[in-house]
Design a protein around this ligand. Structure first.
Ligand code: NA7
Length: 537
């Protein structure tokens, strides 16, 4: 990969994951000089960093992949319904090689600042390697879940054992054999990792604050006939996923309410969907995420599954979510998660009842005085989602306006794409766009295509400057909030709401109106002469 970038380029791209790589390809197609900076030592973004045992995508492989080069789609053979992290990373590497992208990627380098120079009308981008580059456009392809976070536990630095975070997992195999291991966190990452740790560790303590709803993955190898059927119809399947679904995935949906059918019919439908596995379950009825009574029927079904698997009723009760609805926090998809708690070498510790008071030299102490001696602690404690990655960079726009100040009360961006005061700065799947609510690769492709359309328009019309109007941005932020408020997702304490970070504003961070509707909004904006954006030559 290239070690240095030319000092003056058209487009500076931050991040070499799914978004940054496609953005680079798009810029090349427009004849623009573009360069990517990437903190990791290789491309892949999320799939470069999250290397913990058991890491998989919880969207189906054939759908969670690029569609912009049909030949690549046809030549890549996914092996499992839900791909493992190594397979997804190998796929991204393959695409990067196939399109010769790596020569314009500088790895092991963090962008530390991006400052808009009003007089020159250019961005000055600085890196932690002391590089400074000027660029006409900056594109934040930083990912929604890339700022890994360890809570500020008292005494953490005094701990003498090994520590790991799922989102910054080492590249070597970590040996847990014979060790006393503690894991904090039971979100998607913890739910995937816990069964793997339990198989290896001498003893595993799971420190749980909030129990998770989890749907079985029913993962399986993909057979040739299935792949063949997909490949023969790929273009149409992809179009449907993009244009006709709420979340960018081809799930079986219905317009029926959970409350308009009999209890028996509902039970049969939930059983059928549970047997299919994965995110399909939440699409059993149209109102599961908007009507509390409807949601409760699905939540009850999921709770009963936990009781049927976990043999100790006290442990089952602790593992059962009661104070939030299913799907109102991101639902987990698992393989053998609940059964893991039947193992004699696994202990569930309730850190809701007695929170973690401190991390000691040798383990964890809870507020009730109980202590746990541990050789290793794994933090599956999540990310500073959506806003964290861009705010980690010192971004300064027009007239010295800082992005951190502007977003102090929550993110503000028109279409989740650009923020007033920050000309020529785009974010791919930024806050206020559908982003994490669904198949993020579909949303990435849509945003990159949209940015490409905007850049092509500017080239053609001889324009050099674009900024969203404040009124358009205000109206969009209001719309995002109104749509979210109609769902049950604003009722739960989740990273969708910024609730996992002390002090982070409690604002719903994504557009919950569906990727289908969002695309229509964007297409209408373009058709309407780029409504809401100001341009200058
Ligand atoms: P999540 O979903 O944010 O899960 C983090 C977990 O860590 C969750 O169970 C938290 O409990 C727990 N946590 C966080 N801070 C603490 C403290 N201080 N004490 C105890 N427990 C704590 O992150 P993941 O990495 O699992 O998943 C993120 C996304 O990546 C996922 O949704 C997929 O889209 C991929 P809490 O629920 O806050 O009580």
């Amino acid at each position: 990969m290239s070690d240095s970038a030319s000092r003056q380029i058209d487009v500076a791209i931050i991040g070499a994951g799914f978004a940054g790589l496609y953005m680079l390809h798009k810029c090349r197609g427009l004849g623009l000089s573009a360069h990517v900076w990437e903190a990791g030592s290789g491309v892949g973004g999320t799939w470069f960093w999250n290397r913990y045992p058991g890491a998989r995508c919880d969207a189906e492989s054939l759908q969670y992949s690029y569609s912009f080069v049909p030949e690549i789609e046809q030549e890549w053979r996914w092996t499992e319904r839900y791909a493992t992290q190594p397979e997804i990373l190998a796929y991204i590497e393959h695409v990067a090689d196939r399109l010769d992208l790596k020569r314009d990627v500088t790895c092991n380098t963090k962008v530390t600042a991006a400052r808009y120079d009003d007089a020159a009308g250019l961005w000055r981008v600085s890196t932690d390697k002391g590089e400074e580059v000027t660029a006409r456009f900056v594109i934040g392809a930083t990912g929604a879940l890339s700022a890994a976070r360890i809570p500020e536990f008292k005494g953490l630095e005094s701990y003498t054992g090994e520590t790991y975070h799922t989102g910054t997992w080492p590249h070597h195999k970590v040996d847990f054999a014979g060790k006393r291991v503690g894991i904090i966190g039971t979100g998607s990452s913890g739910v995937q990792l816990i069964p793997m740790l339990a198989e290896e560790a001498a003893h595993l303590h799971v420190f749980q604050r909030t129990p998770a709803y989890s749907i079985p993955a029913h993962n399986r190898p993909l057979d040739d006939a299935y792949v063949q059927r997909w490949n023969s119809n790929a273009a149409e399947f992809r179009r449907k996923a993009r244009e006709e679904t709420r979340n960018g995935m081809l799930y079986e949906t219905t317009t029926k309410s959970a409350l308009e059918v009999s209890a028996e019919e509902r039970q049969r439908e939930y059983e059928r969907r549970w047997a299919i596995g994965g995110g399909q379950f939440l699409y059993a009825y149209a109102d599961l995420l908007v009507n509390p009574a409807a949601n409760e029927t699905a939540a009850d079904f999921a709770r009963a599954q936990i009781r049927s698997i976990v043999t100790d009723p006290k442990v089952a009760a602790l593992l059962t979510p009661t104070d939030y609805g299913i799907g109102t926090k991101r639902p987990c998809v698992d393989t053998d998660y609940f059964a893991t708690f039947n193992r004699p070498n696994v202990t569930l510790v309730d850190v809701n009842a007695a929170p973690i008071a401190e991390i000691t030299e040798t383990g964890i102490r809870l507020e009730d005085g109980s202590t746990y001696e541990l050789d290793a602690i794994v933090f599956a404690t999540g990310f500073d989602a959506l806003t964290g990655p861009m705010l980690a960079i010192d971004v300064t726009g027009r007239s010295g306006l800082s992005l951190r100040e502007k977003w102090a009360e929550g993110p503000r961006a028109y279409l989740g794409l650009m923020s007033n005061g920050f000309p020529n700065l785009f974010t791919v799947t930024g806050p206020g766009s559908p982003s994490v609510l669904g198949n993020v690769v579909v949303s990435i492709e849509q945003h990159v295509d949209l940015i490409g359309t905007i850049l092509a328009h500017m080239q053609k019309a001889g324009l050099t400057w674009i900024e969203p109007e404040k009124a358009a941005e205000d109206a969009w932020v209001q719309r995002v909030n109104e749509i979210a408020a109609k769902t049950l997702m604003t009722k739960a304490k989740s990273w969708y709401m910024g609730a996992n970070i002390p002090g982070k504003p409690r604002v719903f961070l994504a557009y919950a109106g569906g990727v289908d509707n969002y695309r229509k909004e964007c297409d209408a904006m373009v058709a309407d002469g780029f409504r809401g954006f100001s341009f200058a030559a």
